[in-house]
Write a protein that binds this ligand. Sequence first.
Ligand code: 4AD
Ligand code: MG
Length: 431
Amino acid sequence: MSRVYIEDLHLHVGQPVTLRGWLYNKRSSGKIRFLVMRDGTGLVQGVMAKGTAPEEAFNDFDALTQESSFEMTGVVRQEKRAPGGYEMDVAGLKILMVAHEYPITPKEHGIDFLMDRRHLWLRSSRQHAILRVRHQVIRSIREFFDSRGFLLLDAPIFTPAACEGTSTLFETKYFDLGSAYLTQSGQLYGEAGAMAFGKVYVFGPTFRAEKSKTRRHLTEFWMVEPEVAFNDLNDNMDLAEEMLEHVVQSALKYRMPELETLGRNTAMLANVKRPLPRITYDEAVEILHKNGIAFEWGNDLGGTDETVVSQQFDRPVMVHRYPAQVKAFYMKRDPQNAKLALAVDVLAPEGYGEIIGGSQREDDLDALLGRIKEHNLPQEAFEWYLDLRRYGSVPHAGFGLGIERTVSWICGLDHLRETIPFPRMIYRLTP
Ligand code: 4AD
Ligand code: MG
């Protein structure tokens, strides 16, 4: 008999199959025993009636504890009321291992208790749903860029210098070469890639020594970063909105059951279609003032500010042309107003805030040298990056989308920690 997974049971109705998995749940009702198996692809209910089911199976039923591993054989039938929609009359049971008393029970547990047992918590239906949405998000991003001729460029994790400011750098000793820093962003390497291949995307883990304990910060998170030669800020916004539409619509198309498990109201997600509204930072400040917020021009938007701005729109909003003083050294200045950077942040609705940060890049050698000095960055470490401005420099632009913030928003979660299998935060390094 070939191996059968629960998600494929619809292909085996009326046939005998053997399934392998773990005990999710069991209960008795008079002479009938019900057990629910999970195998990672779904749930199925096994049914045994005293007198018809084999005697040994009945004994095994009593021995099975939550999360015990076992095999179950029987004929499959559709049963809309059963968990998973399918059921089998158990013709045979084989216990593989009787699990120790499982620490995670249907009662409410505190978040620290669950996070300490993250390696087990992943088995629950809620975590299952979230991580399947995450997988779909990653898959649709790759699909988006791969089908548009982008080259996947893998950037290094150990880097010689900061990309996104020196305050969130993780430093580590690197043999005789002094210090290395865990990458905050693959962008600078993406720029080299764009000059070599025209359009590329970097997709990997990034690190920020965030001292903040907010619901929107991890110390290790995944980012996808497209970079395109000859793109300006507007092209960059076009690309961002097209990608976002694809990612959200794919999640709705392929992960609706998971979003239902999470109780997500998907009305706002369905709105994520081009064109997305585009406003300037100045217009965002006006919105804040109209809403009675004492915001000073020149500051970065905080979490609450972002929420107020995004509440004016029924889909994500792009805010562009921020004051250069709050943005990174590599951003090009607006030729119309040198105080502004050709930057764009995309703010998700429903209070989720910034999910994308990007910009057109400074492509002029002298201007870039000046920025590196202003930001007190070590020029030697950036010589290779400056070379990109020495040898055929062209306008170019890109952005970074944070995977966890995007998944958190799509799933409607109140914290980033459940969107990655093993979260790293200022106060958490295990499991
Ligand atoms: O705005 P950021 O810092 O931009 C960059 O790193 C650019 N180099 C990207 C580029 O232009 N290629 O980060 C981009 C996104 C944010 O919008 C957010 O979604 C996510 O990365 N992000 C974080 N996610 C989780 N935890 C953190 N500590 C994050 N910091 C940024
Ligand atoms: Mg940002």
